[in-house]
Write a protein that binds this ligand. Sequence first.
Ligand SMILES: NC(=O)c1ccc[n+]([C@@H]2O[C@H](COP(=O)([O-])OP(=O)(O)OC[C@H]3O[C@@H](n4cnc5c(N)ncnc54)[C@H](OP(=O)(O)O)[C@@H]3O)[C@@H](O)[C@H]2O)c1
Length: 289
Amino acid sequence: MTTSLSSKAVVITGASTGIGRACALHLDELGLPVFAGVRRPADAVDLQQVASAGLTPLFIDVTDQATITAAAEQVRTALNGSGLAGLVNNAGIAVGGPLEFLPLAKLKAQFEINVLGQMAVTQAFLPLLRPARGRVINMSSISGRIAMPYLGPYAASKFALEALNDSLRVELKPWGIEVICIEPGAIKTPIWHKSLTEAQVMADGLPQQAEKLYGPAMAHLVEAVMRRGEGGIPAEEVAKVVAEALLTHRPKTRYLVGRNAKIGALVAWLLPDRLRDWVVSRRRTYGDR
Ligand SMILES: NC(=O)c1ccc[n+]([C@@H]2O[C@H](COP(=O)([O-])OP(=O)(O)OC[C@H]3O[C@@H](n4cnc5c(N)ncnc54)[C@H](OP(=O)(O)O)[C@@H]3O)[C@@H](O)[C@H]2O)c1
């Protein structure tokens, strides 16, 4: 472990599975002290079994202010006066479904975790990032640039995160604190299986009329989400990009990860709305008009 890396402590939320776990293990391998956010003791034990002694589990639910405050205090004590080099706001869920029938509680939950949760954690850790001129890394998505049908709640949360990211980047510039957005495309993680289960629960609870109108589209969503989960690139690819964003001398403001993120960004940038609508909906099946 080099001295410079061993002094670059990083906090990562949502490190139990997927991208967060890959980031925690990759940064740990590189020799950075890692505070890995989990919600269950079993996930803490699991991470400690595969990581070095430099990884410390941090119990943090991004929707629970008490756990966020306690986690920031734990990190402050552990750092003993030195600052935090990075905060990776990774925790997230994906909510989908036809907006016409989406229970608003689901939309709220999506924003509570993916948007308000990230901000609450950022606010709590900024006093620790400031002395080290640390970096804030926000795990957005290509869905933060292009909103697919039936993934409206998820895309809305990522668009909101991108907006907060951009405001914060300029607000924190005077103190040399970089704020960076990571925008992966499809990554093979449990998130798609979890959202599928959620979508199924929602589909089961839809009124008959919704089934008539959106049944085929929901079936298509399930199929597309399954394909997305299975065809995604490994989470380790995102972890490498996060490491670069944290450690490079001059980080970019945003990093697209994976081929389909780059294609999605090009489509969002290049195509007028109607043409983009056609591209994103051309393979969809609709129910009764
Ligand atoms: N997979 C993709 O294709 C993809 C693409 C672009 C962006 N992303 C983004 O990458 C991030 C990680 O997703 P992933 O694909 O790695 O999914 P994942 O494997 O499901 O990981 C999500 C993580 O977030 C945690 N989490 C959920 N709710 C939380 C809460 N209230 N408080 C604290 N932690 C919470 C989960 O912890 P528990 O185990 O405790 O639930 C888990 O550790 C998300 O922000 C997602 O939007 C993913």
